[in-house]
Design a protein around this ligand. Structure first.
Ligand code: HEM
Length: 477
């Protein structure tokens, strides 16, 4: 054995490999480079390097939280301008992370299950003290608005799939987390909060790799900090009115207001509550809407899977009302979501840093604090785990029995360990409900049967220009 150098694509003086990364769709370059250089390569960027890891064996190693920790870099670090040490963007050892994490994370036993078992959606149906099942009614309310809209549109109007699922995700998050209604299905424009959040996220992304000095972007920055004000002021108003008129809603805002940290006895500060209210919307909306959009795209491309999914809904739910009990009785729909999250992970890549200089796979030298990218979307098609048909959409491989047999860390759409997704059961319940309701009520077809998947990339990826049409099966249920 012995140390082996990590391949580096040839770059330019000073700029390094920056020209190798597509600005519109970085994902495309990361895939192309992985195909050319293999499971590991290093990129030299102005002022920093990153090591991109694309195989299951390397991802598995990088999931060892004793050797590698999350330090937000790039866009994630910029998002701190708006939400500071909120859960998603906190640095290691920031005390507000630990307090919020302990208040919002499910009980200890469940937490252990979370870390060690691949799948725990069923026994981990909580968001801290709040039960996700208890949110079903409000999730159902918003999903019904979507179904009504599709029904009113009628069978000939093209539906902008990603946009409508984004409305679903945002309205559901705001309603379930703080009792706030964006009413996105009743307005043509977007709510000012949503507008501000979109622009804030876009500029956070571009700020991370500005080719010109900061003064060049004075106007952009002024708008950026104004947008942050809109976000924080809206959240602050919600918090203030809740304090003035307390209620007993079982939502995340009350969980944060009333929660006491079991370890320190501390409560969350107002600032930290605001950081996290905004964080839930940021972390939860594109990811959930992307998942649903990709899932429907997969169904359009895989008629056999579509037929099985609809059959399951008809047999399990029939034409009656959908209840929370149905959510754990649709294994094929669950498998479709898992398979979608494997092939089309909306968060394609996340990063950690080594706590000290170390060797990856016992041979590749990497350095303390250097960005290790876990390119999970690519590792999700590693033939060593998923076989020669890794690129094919086959929900069957994600039915419980097969799913539980996957090697450790082979399916990572929700991130890793203590810094893994806290909203996973929330997202799964919402996406399952939406799929069940839509398949129960409509037959979907591609608006343009020749459409070929094209991607839009911001913090996450989602389908671009994907339109369907919705044909009512009977009346709405
Ligand atoms: C963290 C994925 C839905 C809240 C993460 C991470 C991933 C992820 C990959 C880790 C990021 C990193 O390591 O840098 C997803 C996917 C979702 C989803 C694929 C939908 C299918 C949600 C929802 C919420 C949420 C609905 C809120 C209700 C969070 C938070 C964190 C997080 C707060 C940070 C946790 C921490 O570091 O303590 N998510 N997420 N996510 N997610 Fe999600």
């Amino acid at each position: 054995s012995g140390a082996k150098p990590i391949p580096v694509p040839p770059g330019l003086p000073f700029l390094g490999n920056i020209g190798d990364i597509d600005r519109e769709l970085p994902l495309r370059s990361f895939v192309a480079l992985a195909e050319k250089y293999g499971e590991i390569y290093r990129l030299n960027l102005p002022g920093r390097t990153m090591v991109v890891n694309s195989s299951h064996r390397l991802i598995n190693e990088l999931c060892d939280e004793k050797r590698f920790i999350k330090i937000p870099k790039g866009a994630l670090d910029q998002i701190r301008n708006g939400v500071h040490d909120g859960l998603f963007t906190a640095r290691p050892n920031e005390p507000n992370w630990a307090i919020a994490h302990r208040i919002l994370m499910p009980a200890r036993a469940g937490y252990r299950a979370w870390l060690h078992i691949q799948e725990c959606d069923a026994n981990l149906n909580r968001f801290g003290p709040v039960s996700i099942r208890g949110m079903f009614g409000e999730m159902h309310d918003v999903a019904t608005q979507l179904a009504l809209k599709f029904a009113r549109h009628g069978p000939t109007t093209p539906i902008a799939v990603t946009e409508d699922f984004t409305r679903l995700a945002l309205d559901t998050l705001a309603l379930c987390s703080m009792g706030y209604r964006f009413n996105s299905y009743y307005t043509t424009g977007l709510h000012p909060f949503i507008e501000a959040m979109g622009d804030f996220l876009t500029v956070s992304g571009t700020r991370a790799s500005r080719p010109m000095p900061d003064w060049f972007y004075r106007a952009e920055d002024a708008k950026y900090f104004q947008d942050i004000e809109v976000l924080r002021k809206t959240a602050m108003d919600v918090l203030r009115s809740r304090k003035e008129q307390p209620n007993d809603r079982k939502d995340l805002l009350n969980a944060m207001l009333n929660g006491v940290d079991s370890k320190t006895g501390q409560r969350m500060t107002d600032e930290s509550i605001i950081d996290n209210l905004i964080t839930f919307l940021i972390a939860g909306h594109e990811t959930t809407s992307g998942t649903l959009s990709f899932a429907f795209h997969e169904l359009m491309k895989n008629p056999e899977a579509y037929r099985k999914a609809q059959k399951e809904v008809d047999e399990v739910v029939g034409k009656g009302p959908i209840t929370v009990e149905h959510m754990s009785k649709v294994p094929y729909i669950s498998a479709i979501l898992r398979e979608t999250l494997r092939l089309d992970s909306p968060i394609t890549i996340f990063s950690v840093v080594p706590v000290e200089d170390t060797l990856l796979a016992g041979q590749y030298p990497v350095y303390k604090d250097e960005a290790m990218m876990l390119f999970v979307k690519q590792a999700h098609v590693d033939p060593a785990v998923y076989g020669d048909d890794a690129h094919e959409f086959k929900p069957e491989r994600m039915l419980d029995e097969q799913f539980h047999k996957l090697p450790k860390n082979a399916w990572k759409p929700f991130g890793n360990g203590a810094r893994g997704c806290i909203g996973r059961p929330f997202a799964i319940q919402e996406a399952t409900l939406a799929m069940v309701m839509l398949l129960q009520n409509f037959n979907f077809v591609m608006d343009d049967p020749t459409y070929r998947l094209s991607l839009k990339q911001t913090l996450t990826i989602k389908p671009d220009g994907f339109y369907m049409r919705a044909i009512l099966r009977d009346g709405l249920t």
